[in-house]
Write a protein that binds this ligand. Sequence first.
Ligand code: DLL
Length: 433
Amino acid sequence: MIYNIEFETLPREAIEAIQLRRLKDTLERVYATVPFYRKKFDEVGVRPSNIKTLADLRRFPFTVKQDLRDNYPFGMFAVPMDNVVRIHASSGTTGQATVVGYTARDIKMWSELMARALAAGGATRGDIIHNAYGYGLFTGGLGVHYGAERLGASVIPISGGNTKRQVQIMRDFGPTILTCTPSYALHLAEVAEQNGIDFSGLKFRSGIFGAEPWSEEMRKEIERKLHMHAIDIYGLSEVLGPGVSIECVEAKKGLHIAEDHFIPEIIDPKTGEVLPDGEVGELVFTSIVKEAFPVIRYRTRDITSLNREPCICGRTHVRMNKVSGRSDDMLIIRGVNVFPSQIESLLMDIKGVEPHYQLVVDRVDNLDTLTIMVEVGEATFSDEVRKLQDIERKIAKNIKEFLGVSAAVKLAEPRSIARSEGKAQRIIDRRKI
Ligand code: DLL
């Protein structure tokens, strides 16, 4: 079902006319209200009034995650705090988190986009939605929740964790739509099996899975084990949260980007040059409706390509292909975004620990695991075992506290971690997705 038939099936010229009008408004607004954008535009000598066609957007500078961090927490908000009704943050509880805000109107439009997304994934108002995305600063839980209510469906706000109970609720409440990360979906299937529950006997029709990369092979496995359509949903806090783009259940081939709200571009991550449709590069978004936290040419670091072929579902919005990776070293561990540099700075805070470490990421029983191998100095290494264990515990505690991920920490002998001649190979990602 198409939730907003008028806007989701607009002819190309109409989409572009809306985009141009909304882009001009947004640029005027950020120039007037966000000192960061005013300074950046002035530096390269562009003015909002320079926008005559959509192609003129290319003259404007990119925005990157570091800019958000430099303006932590609220420096890039385009409205007074009086008008902000919700705050989310992408990850980390240190000063490194990126913080985003929403006005009441932003929440309304996000709900609309999530209602569209759920409908594209096969949901209708008669559905019961089992929402196992985390509720909290992460945008997944509340984003889906508001969309589900907007659609008129019944939402079970179960959030993440307590998997055995989730499985019981699935059996007892008979939900028809599942929303969670794809890896958690597979974990749910396993726990269900251990508890004698077969997904084929449950009522699910579609699962709407995202927040981390996943492959076509994983889609097949989920569909086979969970007996439902597996639909890809994409988004990021800086741009909105979930609902930026979604696959349609009819085609399951590429994610329709809500083009009346966001202008996508694909760039060469090295040169910043805009690439033609179909070429693979880094996805960049400009938001053209949001009030509290508009972003201009935000570099997502996600690698994909755009497809403008007409889709069998009737939606006219451009499709992005499944995200294949990132142009930076960000890891997504159980839905939490973690940069190796954040781990490094926590390690370096601990006395006796050396700057030689490796992060091993794996997937055990469909759940991500993180093991941190880190060297200690000679003096520390010859200490009692108990002292070494204390250090391991302290590191694990800090990582959990500041980054929100659980890690197994293994101290290694001095000089035991391979040295490299070029870039250090700090990340070993064994997950097969
Ligand atoms: O993950 C928003 C979201 C919640 C999307 C629920 C979908 C479902 P962040 O925590 O800010 O926001 O992380 C954003 O996650 O830049 C991608 O690298 C990655 N990501 C999100 N969805 C997908 C996806 C939410 N479908 C970062 N495929 C993004 C691949 C994804 N990567």
